[in-house]
Design a protein around this ligand. Structure first.
Ligand code: M6R
Length: 606
């Protein structure tokens, strides 16, 4: 959940670290800090709050000067956000930054207290720093190896040893870490975004590999000290992709990037008008033989799975179970060897989704990762991986990642339905063609932002909202509701429209605005009946529907009309007004849209 950077080279290290942390701030933003070698000593600066707080502290007090150091942006797990709990941690001899959770930190702490060590912070990280100090023998590799033997849990660590003032050491287990390879300078980072400005080449650090990073060399070795030769990867994201590019917020930029993201994701997977997923290793033969499908994910990615369920079951007539990963991993699901388990994850690092992947593999099912971040853990460990090509998604609220996840679920559903003989080749081609037309239609939908701004102005003072819909509209309304809660802090709930009168309608008053999604032609009449029911109880109702639908003022207060396409594909279009409404409501409320309170982009802890 935290972001790590490290630098060795000729540049002013503090500047490189702070710039890198800005790009990683989405991973956690309750405190930050850096440690830099200054005249042979480790100088540390840290501060509670956003990175700007650290910057202004350093402006007043002066920043550490030097060319080798590490930095951290934190999402608190052990101990509240405070100056003392901020990273880096350690002492004058060993200083570290850490992303992950040390499970046995209490035992280690007790042991070290017994050895005479004192502790300042409430963090698990400080125990690792002091443990490294305890083991330190003058040989960093040996010291890190001993630490690896004693520590349980997940970690990516950037480490400075006072005796090695030109070197950053790094090691990881479960939490991600890459080594950026520059010219006369090298880096460590939690993902590629901090290095893109300087280089696109990097190594992926594997479990318990130890990296020794100097300005003109990078050596990777095993805990036993055996050197490892690594493959150099090249990032295909460019530096602009991780900039706001003139938009006020990353979220707005990412909403607007959806047509291109979808096009880039689906174009290479359509051949001669048919879905083509074989390149990723998913053959027609395999698809034909799967008995059941499980989709496991968290948050927005799980909502993409719900849309996928409707579409796959409708077209391919294959049973699909969608699970929240944190539930799936503990509910002892009935997975068999003939099943396919799909893990959807933007980051590819979500701890619960990763645990679900491991469990599915243990039970012998095929695993398919639908992942955005190249080389991430879920991508690397799934049997089959289909990358979504959304580019970096920086805003904590997921938008374009959702659309590309949906696009892959559609292609998969079409191909599966064809493989199972449930639809003809002509129908498969027709659906694929409509999917390929989505980016163009989306450009039209992006034009309705003023309408959504207006609706947002009506919601801004609400304490609670209800999202309703049926079928695919219900699946989508869950995502709309999550988006609003996440960034505007207005409570909302999504409800199957037909279920309202079994209890929840008692909440409806004139103070509870309703957003109804009504894009499914076969369910339109039914949904409109439900809209009338809430309107009759005083609710102000906003309906998202297709342009051909006429709904009177007596039924809905405001309409948002979007182009009409095949019912099955409507979630891709209707997602945009949902995203805009959440975005503009949060903006009007003055919320921190890209970095909502208590959240982090990548949830690498359970
Ligand atoms: O990286 P992942 O897709 O695995 O993340 C899953 C969720 O944490 C994520 O979708 C979260 O719900 C978003 N912040 C919602 O906007």
């Amino acid at each position: 959940m935290c972001g790590i950077v490290g630098y060795v080279g000729k540049r002013e290290c503090a500047d490189v670290l702070v710039d890198g942390l800005k790009r990683l701030e989405y991973r956690g933003y309750d405190s930050s800090g850096i440690a830099v070698f200054q005249n042979g000593k480790i100088a540390v600066e840290k501060s509670k709050g956003k990175l700007v707080d650290l910057e202004s502290k350093m402006e007043k007090q002066g920043k550490p000067q030097g060319h080798c150091g590490i930095g951290h942006t934190r999402w608190a797990t052990h101990g509240e956000p405070s100056d003392i709990n901020s990273h880096p941690h350690g002492n004058k001899r060993v200083t570290i930054v850490h992303n992950g959770i040390i499970e046995n930190y209490r035992q280690i702490k007790e042991f070290l207290i017994g050895q005479g060590y004192g502790f300042e912070s409430e963090t698990d990280t400080e125990t690792v720093a002091k443990l490294l100090d305890y083991f330190y023998s003058g040989d960093p590799i040996e010291t890190i190896s001993k630490m690896i033997d004693k520590v349980n849990g997940s970690y990516a660590l950037g480490i400075l040893f006072r005796d090695f003032p030109d070197t950053v050491f790094a090691v990881r287990k479960e939490s991600p870490l890459i080594i950026g390879l520059g010219e006369g300078e090298n880096f460590i980072a939690s993902d590629v975004t901090p290095i893109l400005k300087y280089t696109k080449n990097y190594y992926l650090l594997e479990y318990n590999e130890i990296a020794v990073i100097k300005e003109d060399s990078v050596t990777i070795c095993t805990p036993e000290g055996k050197e490892i030769h690594k493959e150099v990867h090249t990032a295909d994201w460019d530096v602009d992709a991780a900039e706001k590019g003139g938009y006020e917020h990353f979220m707005l930029k990412e909403i607007n990037e959806q047509p291109v993201a979808i096009k880039t994701t689906i174009a290479p997977r359509i051949q001669e008008g048919m879905p083509y997923l074989e390149e990723s290793g998913l053959t027609m033969e395999m698809l034909k033989n799967y008995r059941r499908i499980f989709v496991v994910a968290c948050g927005t990615a799980m909502h993409a799975g719900l849309v996928g369920k409707y579409v796959i079951e409708k077209l391919a007539r294959v049973e699909v179970t969608v699970d929240i990963a944190s539930e799936f991993r503990y509910r002892d699901p009935l997975i068999e060897k003939e099943d396919l388990v799909i893990l959807i994850s933007q980051s590819g690092e979500t701890a619960d989704t990763y645990a679900a992947l491991k469990m599915a593999k243990e039970r012998g099912a095929d695993t398919l990762g639908i992942v955005n971040v190249k080389g991430s853990t879920i991508a690397r460990e799934s049997d089959i991986v289909i990358y979504t090509h959304a580019g970096p998604e920086i805003s904590v609220a997921s938008t374009k990642a959702y659309s590309v996840q949906l696009s892959i679920m559609y292609l998969l559903a079409f191909e599966l339905a064809y493989a199972k003989g449930a639809i003809s080749k002509e129908r498969c081609m027709e659906l694929t063609k409509q999917l390929a037309d989505i980016p163009e239609k989306l450009n039209e939908v992006l034009g309705i932002k003023e309408r959504c701004q207006f609706i947002a102005s009506r919601l801004v003072n609400a304490e609670s909202l209800l999202y309703i819909g049926r079928g695919l509209d219900y699946a989508l309304s869950m995502e709309g509701s999550l988006k609003l809660k996440e960034i505007s802090y207005i409570h909302s709930e999504s409800y199957a429209a037909g279920e309202l009168k079994h209890g929840t309608i008692s909440l409806v008053t004139e103070d509870m605005p309703v957003i109804a999604v009504a894009t499914q032609s076969n369910l339109l009449e039914k949904t409109i009946s439900n809209v009338k029911e809430v309107k009759a109880r005083g609710a102000k109702v906003n309906v998202i529907c297709t342009e051909d639908v006429e709904i009177g003022k007596d039924v809905a207060n405001h309409l948002i009309k979007i182009p009409k396409m095949e019912d099955l594909l409507m979630p891709l279009l209707a997602a945009v007004p949902m995203q805009y409404i959440a975005y503009y409501t949060a903006v009007l409320k003055g919320c921190d849209v890209d970095q909502p309170r208590n959240l982090a982009k990548s949830v690498t802890v359970e």
